[in-house]
Design a protein around this ligand. Structure first.
Ligand code: HEC
Length: 115
């Protein structure tokens, strides 16, 4: 039994270590990233990581992996409400309601914080 506990502990350590490595992948984002993660923890039901995954699936192809813009404009300096409005309305050639409900909240939060 003791051995099993040790293995579980080691696994948790390894997994934790990997998460940390991911966070530091982009050195430019480092300082902000750490602070925003804490803020997101207090912020309620939607997590920044969820928002990031949703952004990559639904928005990145038009707005770029770094919010730099591609076929859509760069997403820098938008507030959560502005992003939500854009998701609902689908301005110009952007499709409306690509994500809805909590997913939309998570993406909007992510774009507002990171963009
Ligand atoms: C098919 C391409 C496409 C996808 C996918 C897409 N967008 Fe857009 N987006 C656009 C285009 C094009 C515009 C500019 C529309 C215009 O004003 O003419 C735009 C504009 C915006 C704006 C600015 C609105 C404003 O009022 O200035 C925001 C914010 C935005 N998109 C967020 C998102 C988010 C968040 C997602 C993912 C949920 C997303 N977009 C997915 C193409 C896209």
């Amino acid at each position: 039994m003791k051995k099993l506990l040790l293995i579980t502990g080691a696994l948790a350590f390894i997994l934790g270590g990997c998460g940390g490595a991911d966070d530091t992948e982009d050195p430019a984002m480092d300082d902000d990233g750490a602070m925003e993660e804490e803020a997101a923890d207090d912020g309620g039901s939607v997590s920044a990581e969820e928002g990031m995954a949703l952004y990559e699936q639904n928005c990145m192809s038009c707005h770029g992996g770094d919010f730099e813009g591609m076929s859509g404009p760069a997403l820098e300096g938008y507030s959560e409400d502005e992003v939500l409005a854009a998701i609902e309305e689908g301005p110009g050639s952007m499709p409306a309601d690509i994500v809805t409900g909590e997913d939309a909240d998570a993406v909007a939060k992510y774009v507002a914080e990171e963009g």
